[in-house]
Design a protein around this ligand. Sequence first.
Ligand code: ADP
Length: 488
Amino acid sequence: MSGETKRRFPPETRTLQLIAVVILFASSIASLVWTVVVFVDREARRNSAGRILSEASNRMIQAGSAELTRMIPRWPAEVADEHWLIINRRLAELTDSILRDYPGVEGGYFSEYGKKFVGFAFPTEPLPVAEKNSKRRIPARSGPPEREFDLIEIRVNAAIRKNKVLFGVESVPPSTVAVRTAPVYYEGAIVGAAWTMMRIEDPLFVRTSTRGYLLASGFALAGIVLSLVMTIGLARTVRKQAVERNRLQTELRRNERLAALGKLLAGVAHEVRNPLAGIRSTAQLWQRGIGPDSESAGDLIAEVDRLEAIVSRLLQFSRAETSELAPGDLNAVVAEAARLAQGPAELEGVNVEVELEPGLPAAAMAPQALIQVFRNLTTNALQVSPPGSSIRLTTKVEPGGRRLLASVRDQGPGLSPDVLRHLFEPFFTTKSEGTGLGLAIAREIALAHRGDLKAENRTDSRGASFTLVLPVVAAETPAEKKVDAVFT
Ligand code: ADP
């Protein structure tokens, strides 16, 4: 499974994924901001165009109505085509004169001619001329040819329905137009209309004016959502990988320790065989009728004691293995170890000094197993301490605050280079009665605590110094979970 995970999410791919997510997120945010800014700008321009157009439109209507009222009574009741031509020409001149005051505004009048409304306009800037056969072309049906306005780009349709003028405006991208239209009356009847118009440049124009903005912001939002989903996915993957890595590390540690344990067991087998061979040969002698005498019985008991010592030491290993770790107080453990060492120390005429750093952070521990470490250390220290000397137990936080250090120092002969080399090896002993397991077990317990046990010669005086190193419990561990070491 781990191999599969590695294949699916190698770190390079993860980095690329992360870069892709960041780019997607940034571009989505940018396009959303751009869309909003453009939309707001467009709305502002529409509003200002609306104001300008209202004013221009009002002037056009007033001027147009006044002109029609002035001109129409000059002709008979039936206004002839030529009269309309004259009226339209005049209206066109009016448009020209009024719209000169409004840069950017185009416009014109529709007036009744042959039952149709026909538009004239004077663009403020030249418009492209329509191709001859263009379907969009709506040629003006009347008016002076030089004033004829080709409505190729903007088509304004008008019609009278139930005494109202209806307008329809079509526009061609990329321009959208703001249009004002209003009827022009003569004697209470609508006889035409004025229209004014402004083009608004609009990058997102797509026929229905806001659809482009909705689409653009929709895409941008989808991009943002997608990048968030991808981020969550990526975070999950990273977390899974971290869990997997931890699992592998734990497995590796266990394998290493199992290998060490295998070595230890081989040593145990070897160590146990010697006393067993002794016991066997004594028993064989007794079988042949030689003995039992008190000397051979004494040898037998010594061999059994040795086996007993080895077995009880080995039991300490199982303690280190099986204990659950919980946040606890290292000071409490060291104080208890000092208390336990007090009695034997007094017998040897040795002082036990304790110096504990107050307010030590919690460490994950199995207190009983740690007590065993300090018992092994103080027992060794006592064995080499001359009367009148001191054993010193101290605790402190390592500079940096990530690990705790607890030391046991004596004033004995110290550690020779040869002893230092083999100190922690199981069954290494320089004592006739020793098992050589005390330090090996102490170290094993330290490793089981994700810590270590180190040995060196003191620099401040004669003697050896053993230091237990324990990692501080991570800060997020709730304080109430911290327990004082429990001793049974
Ligand atoms: P044991 O005490 O049964 O010999 P240990 O593993 O506890 O087994 O110690 C291994 C060896 O390390 C001891 O035999 C001794 O030579 C050396 N040693 C341990 N502690 C000290 C000490 N405080 N000062 C000098 N030598 C020590």
